[in-house]
Design a binder for this molecule. Structure first.
Ligand code: FE
Ligand code: CA
Length: 561
């Protein structure tokens, strides 16, 4: 069942058909041609050289990283000519103020932008006050960037914190109306859980990536620039500080450590290490990520390695432990019995990150969020009816007793999941909440050491947020999916698979509230954003209660354990 195409969409598709007849912007070296061809895709840029806007991130109580990238020709970067006519190194001016007209300046200076990093600029602005709002701007030779707004982290006693989390923003799948809505929120922070870009090629309809898969530094740069060409994304970056982590598509679909998606093809592990190095370097260039050697940052990417797991803290109220479940993980199982999936040598986190996470969870703080990529809750289904495709359809493999799992999720790394959840139980660590992306749909789950035992206590709560734009389940399939998951997965309290948007989280000492916000129409760049459903977790009592919103309840809710 598909929705009838709106008139707007039909017009848009017609415009794309025209654009598709020409050479796609990523694969022409001609700047003017690329820019003209990007317009029908809903792409526009800020004035050069600050075309792809500004951003800020990794706030501390006294510091925030501010970012821009000088990209006078954003879609046609090459190794020989990464940033138009810019010299190899330029000095960029920056200013930070306590007012939006930049009159009360509290910090300013210059910072280098170098060709080797795509003329990215990251400034660690120090000496700021905790929990305060600031505005910032960059300038180069008389040209100025847009003004960004940011906020430092609170310190000490903190009685409220409000953040959004988002994931999965495939450019071909739709417009970023969700980010337009997010930019209008009142938020202290945004957490991005990965799949910020998609690496694939293809000749599809609409905002297609047309062309081969991206592999090189220049190709990754141009792909990020294309995504930032959606003005709603730039608006959301300029509105709040963000913390970023990646999933697979920032490099290659379903890669695991140094194993690429296609192990049999032209690309072996050695070649993949080079590709991962390119992708990680460009990732560093595109974001305000703290890399300083001060205990909160862990240095620049070196070859194929880049440590990005780290912690954000909001005073005594909230830690967000930001994980990386791609760089260190064991390869996905291609076929499995549950015994193989239980192999204790299989890891999602790698030993150093696991030790770091356990230590982080033991800190004295009210709430502990784990920023996670793939679903931690067990998801086992008995067979797949024809009409259930989407994120469940493609990726499942058979396991015991005619059950199927998605081996890219924590279900393929069961011993480590049990170790982590048993640690939370045995150490009596309260108020652990995982925030998760990847599966392009909404889920709320109880996390337990033994998901198959209805009497096993709930030890943590999982909120899986939908995608910003990437395709979810086919229209009209929600009832079938709920019927499919209910018998074997009693720990889910909510599922919705057709809407796209982001989540807003309100944290106080007494409760955690997650509100799922969704766009009315993914094909409308100015779509209205509405509430789908909201859930609360009470201090000291894991498991979420739905407090508003309609559809989406699973058929049965298990009794509170
Ligand atoms: Fe995704
Ligand atoms: Ca993913």
């Amino acid at each position: 069942m598909t929705r009838p195409l709106s008139r707007r969409l039909l017009l848009r598709r017609a415009a794309f058909a025209g654009a598709g007849a020409a050479v796609w912007p990523l694969w022409t070296a001609d700047h003017d041609q690329a820019m003209a061809q990007a317009v029908p895709l809903g792409v526009s840029f800020d004035d050069a050289p600050f075309t792809i806007g500004v951003a800020s991130g990794d706030p501390l109580p006294d510091s925030v990283i501010i970012w821009t990238r000088l990209a006078p020709e954003p879609l046609t970067s090459t190794m020989e000519r990464p940033s138009g006519d810019l010299p190899d190194e330029v000095e960029v001016e920056w200013v930070v103020a306590t007012d939006q007209r930049l009159r009360r300046v509290v910090a300013s200076g210059t910072a280098p932008a170098r060709a080797v990093f795509g003329h990215a600029v990251q400034v660690d602005v120090r000496g700021l006050e905790p929990g305060e709002t600031y505005w910032y701007r960059f300038a180069y030779r008389g040209a100025v960037s847009r003004i960004g707004r940011t906020r430092t982290a609170p310190a000490g006693p903190t009685d409220r914190f409000r953040f959004a989390f988002a994931s999965c923003q495939a450019f071909p799948s739709g417009f970023y109306g969700a980010y337009r809505g997010m930019a209008r929120e009142d938020l202290d922070l945004v957490v991005h859980l990965g799949d910020y870009i998609y690496e694939g090629g293809g000749d599809g309809e609409g905002r297609s990536h047309t062309g081969p898969q991206i592999q090189t530094v220049a190709q990754y740069r141009n792909r990020y620039a294309l995504y930032r060409g959606d003005p709603s994304l730039r608006a959301a970056h300029a509105a709040f500080p963000w913390v970023f982590t990646w999933d697979d598509h920032e490099v290659d679909n379903n890669y695991a450590a140094l194993v690429p998606e296609n192990t049999n093809a032209e690309e072996g592990n050695d070649e993949f290490a080079l590709r991962r190095a390119a992708a990680y370097q460009v990732y560093y260039e595109q974001f305000p990520i703290r890399v300083g050697p001060d205990g909160t940052g862990f240095g620049l990417p070196t070859g194929p390695d880049f440590r990005i797991y780290r912690r954000f803290s909001a005073g005594d109220l909230l830690d967000i432990d930001i994980t990386d479940t791609r760089q260190y993980r064991s390869d996905q199982l291609a076929t499995a019995t549950s015994g193989e999936a239980e192999d204790p040598s299989r890891t999602m986190l790698g030993d150093p990150q696991k030790a770091w996470l356990k230590e982080a969870l033991g800190r004295e703080v009210r709430w502990r969020a784990i920023a996670n990529q793939t679903m931690m809750a067990q998801l086992e289904v008995a067979g797949l009816p024809e009409d259930v495709g989407g994120p469940l359809g493609d990726a499942m493999i058979g396991i015991d007793d005619d059950l199927a799992i998605n081996p890219d999720q924590w279900d393929g790394y069961r011993a480590e999941r049990r170790e982590l959840l048993a640690f939370i139980r045995d150490e009596q660590i309260p108020n652990v909440v995982t925030i998760t992306g990847d599966i392009h749909s909404h889920w709320v789950a109880d996390l337990k050491v033994d998901f198959d035992d209805p009497t096993d206590p709930i030890v943590a709560t999982e909120f899986v947020g939908t995608s910003i734009s990437t395709s979810g389940f086919p229209d009209g399939s929600d009832m079938a999916v709920r019927a499919l998951i209910a018998p074997t997965n009693r720990h889910f309290r909510y599922f919705e698979g057709e809407r796209h948007g982001y989540a807003v989280v309100d944290v106080t000492p007494e409760q955690w509230r997650t509100t799922y916000r969704v766009v009315e129409d993914l094909d409308d760049p100015n779509s209205r954003v509405e509430d789908l459903a909201a859930f609360e977790v009470a201090d000291g009592r894991p498991g979420a209660d739905q407090i508003s919103g309609g559809g989406g309840q699973p058929p049965r809710v298990p009794p509170r354990g």
